[in-house]
Design a binder for this molecule. Structure first.
Ligand code: HEC
Length: 131
């Protein structure tokens, strides 16, 4: 009987430890995946809505970009003087030949795009330092 109680206690401890380990590890994984998902979302959003005029890399070097005179979003000088609010406003209102995205995208999506545009800045790790 005594042995049985010990075994039971041992089994319970193992169970509890497993649950604790799983829930901790699981939560961390979810948090990491959230960040990755956000990044992937903003890349998809940009590819679907913006790349045709600003180019996949934001540099606006494609033919369409030249035709509509879209801005080079990686330009470090522009990135340096523009605020996140101004970028968001440009996406919402659409300057010149650019359509307004105010009604097409959710505020969270516009914010994600602002973050994505910031990551395109020339000379940063992600965009690479190619001129
Ligand atoms: C139909 C082509 C087109 C599409 C689609 C488009 N843009 Fe533009 N974008 C332009 C043009 C043209 C300008 C104006 C350039 C200027 O002001 O001289 C511009 C300007 C901007 C600016 C402001 C740049 C500045 O000089 O202040 C931002 C930011 C921007 N676009 C981001 C985006 C984002 C993000 C998307 C996708 C949600 C997008 N654009 C989709 C054509 C486009």
């Amino acid at each position: 009987m005594n042995r049985f109680v010990w075994r039971l206690t041992f089994a319970l401890c193992v169970c509890v430890l497993c649950i604790v380990a799983l829930s901790c590890g699981g939560r961390q994984k979810v948090r990491k995946a959230d960040g990755l998902a956000e990044k992937a979302d903003s890349i998809v959003l940009f590819a679907n809505n913006c790349a045709k005029c600003h180019g996949d890399d934001g540099r606006a070097t494609n033919l369409r970009a030249k035709m509509v005179r879209a801005s080079n979003l990686t330009d470090a000088e522009w990135q340096g003087r523009v605020t996140d609010e101004q970028i968001a406003a440009a996406i919402e209102l659409g300057p010149k030949a650019m359509p307004a995205f105010e009604k097409k995208l959710r505020p969270s999506e516009i914010q994600a795009l602002v973050g994505h545009i910031r990551s395109l800045r020339a000379g940063t790790e992600e965009a690479g330092a190619t001129p």
